[in-house]
Design a protein around this ligand. Structure first.
Ligand code: NGO
Length: 511
């Protein structure tokens, strides 16, 4: 009953060692190996907030009834004789719980599985966990969620709440769309007007806001503790009205436009092939790269309808090279595949449909030819801002909407662009754009349960080559696991849409 579905989960239900584990008040967390202590502290914090239990952490072998976390080479599940970087094994039996992994990340994902196995109503005296054996590792290295903090701003506390919720699903990248026409959300010391002016408002005239560099670092560290890499995006040369309104010298006509709070796209562009713009790009990339321990920096590059093709290609090539000079791997939306001379290994993010239109397939493959890989975010199934049902008050429908839970679940990343298989797919990402999403509660309701579907596609086993996608994605079975997961969402106060495919737990009532 775990989401994403583990590679192997055997219930020990019928065997002689089937007695469940009982977490007694004297149970301890026993740690061994580098990094096990930090994972144990997170487990303890989760048991404290979920169940009101705070076991002590000890650096000694486990006794009967303890939870052991062991990190060492050879402890992960073995694939072709090698440890899988994020894999783990988990055993729950009467004598104890044991999580084994080769890395702290693997152990942390093992903890997330354990959390889902602990009954959501675990606050009582006796805490029992059913006996199971789990052997698990992800399909893709990159499992992402994106939050657009540019259209509507979300505070650090709100983003942390989302980080907690995505960690439970083993999502390991949080892409923050930090800049767009409606707002610039990361403070840049060398261009302070970007946030003073460009960060002052948002879509529909909503509250503005931005992250100071200290706040951003703290957010990145909070995510990193949970084995989540923050991927910052500075969208350019289009989607830049907030920057253009802040500095007239970045505009093709040298005149700063008014701040923009509408929902159109494609109307703005930086002045390309220009010394001031070049300095701007170097400065913002340098500062954001310095704030980012993770390997990626996203440059956007989508919908540059006001930039000529030649200017766009030259600009993206040069900007991507600046990212590489700053020691980061550049990511761009798939349109960036139009540019020649991109740095080797640059990553493309595909956001066309599950049946590619126009040149989208060819542009995605351009990244592979350049020695890079592709993140799959097909907008007709993976966009979290698309309405669930016709007439929904929040969301858009342009990407072949509505997008039901079934739509979000029954597709496969390796069956979209002919010639683009798992060897060149870095992973999947579900973006949440926020033109119409005004609060973190609304954001969660758009994300869950569909993000759980995309997280499972990113983690769980692929269908065999000749089998239909449905062979590994049975919506009815998924719905049963989601109903269990929702008990944890209810306990954590995570909002979700009660889509009709799932028999959701009864909403909590005041007694
Ligand atoms: C598009 C566009 C965004 C919109 C989003 C809305 C991309 C990559 N660019 O996706 O600016 O917010 O659709 O669904």
């Amino acid at each position: 009953m775990v989401v994403p579905r583990p590679v192997r989960l055997e219930s020990s239900g019928d065997s002689s060692d089937s007695a469940p584990f009982i977490l007694s008040p004297s149970a301890r967390i026993s740690v061994a190996g580098a990094g096990a202590d930090a994972v144990a502290r997170l487990l303890r914090a989760e048991l404290a907030s979920d169940c009101g239990r705070e076991p002590v952490i000890v650096d000694e072998p486990p006794a009967f009834g303890d939870i052991a976390i062991v990190i060492a080479p050879g402890e992960g599940p073995h694939e072709d004789g090698s440890d899988s970087a994020e894999g783990y094994t988990l055993e729950v039996a009467a004598e104890g719980v044991r999580i084994g992994a080769a890395t702290p990340a693997g152990a942390f994902w093992g903890v997330q599985t354990l959390r889902q196995l602990v009954p959501a109503s675990c606050g009582g005296d006796v805490l029992t966990i059913e006996a199971v054996r789990v052997h698990d590792h992800p399909r893709y290295a990159y499992r992402g969620a994106m939050l657009d903090v540019a259209r509507h701003f979300f505070t650090p506390a709100e983003v942390k709440r989302l980080i907690d919720a995505i960690a439970l699903l083993k999502v390991n990248h949080l892409h923050l769309h930090l800049t767009d026409d409606q707002g610039w959300r990361i403070h840049i010391e060398s261009w302070p007007e970007l946030t003073r002016v460009g960060g002052s408002t948002g879509s529909d005239g909503s509250r503005g806001g931005f992250y100071t560099q200290a706040e951003f670092r703290e957010l990145v560290a909070y995510a990193a503790e949970r084995h989540i890499t923050v991927v910052p995006e500075l969208d350019m040369p289009g989607h830049t009205n907030a920057a253009l309104a802040s500095y007239p010298e970045l505009n093709p006509d040298g005149v700063a436009p008014a701040l923009y709070t509408g929902a159109n796209v494609g109307f703005s562009t930086l002045q390309t092939a220009d010394a001031t713009t070049e300095r701007f790009v170097r400065d913002v990339v340098r500062e954001v790269a310095a704030l980012t321990p993770g390997p990626y920096l996203h440059l956007g590059g989508d919908e540059c309808l006001s930039t000529t093709e030649a200017d766009f290609a030259r600009f993206m090539r040069d900007a991507a090279r600046v990212v590489a000079e700053n020691g980061k791997i550049a990511i761009g939306w798939h349109e960036v595949g139009k540019a020649d001379g991109l740095p080797a290994g640059m990553v493309g993010q595909y956001w066309d449909f599950t049946t590619p239109r126009g040149r989208a397939d060819e542009l995605a493959l351009a990244f592979v030819r350049g020695g890079g890989s592709v993140i799959m975010s097909p907008s007709d199934v993976a966009y979290l801002d698309i309405v669930y049902e016709e007439g929904d008050p929040i969301g858009q429908d342009w990407a072949d909407g509505p997008t039901s839970l079934r739509d979000a679940y029954v597709w496969d990343p390796a069956r979209i662009v002919p010639g683009l298989g798992d060897a060149h797919i870095l992973g999947v990402e579900a973006p949440l754009w926020t033109e119409t999403v005004t609060s973190i509660e609304e954001a969660e309701e758009m994300a869950f349960p569909r993000l759980a579907a995309v997280a499972e596609i990113g983690w769980s086993a692929a269908p065999a080559d000749t089998d239909p996608v449905e062979s590994v994605r049975d919506v009815t079975e998924f719905a049963e696991r989601l109903a269990k997961l929702a008990e944890h969402w209810d306990a954590a106060g995570t909002q979700y849409r009660r889509v009709p495919e799932v028999s959701w737990p009864e909403p909590a009532r005041w007694s």
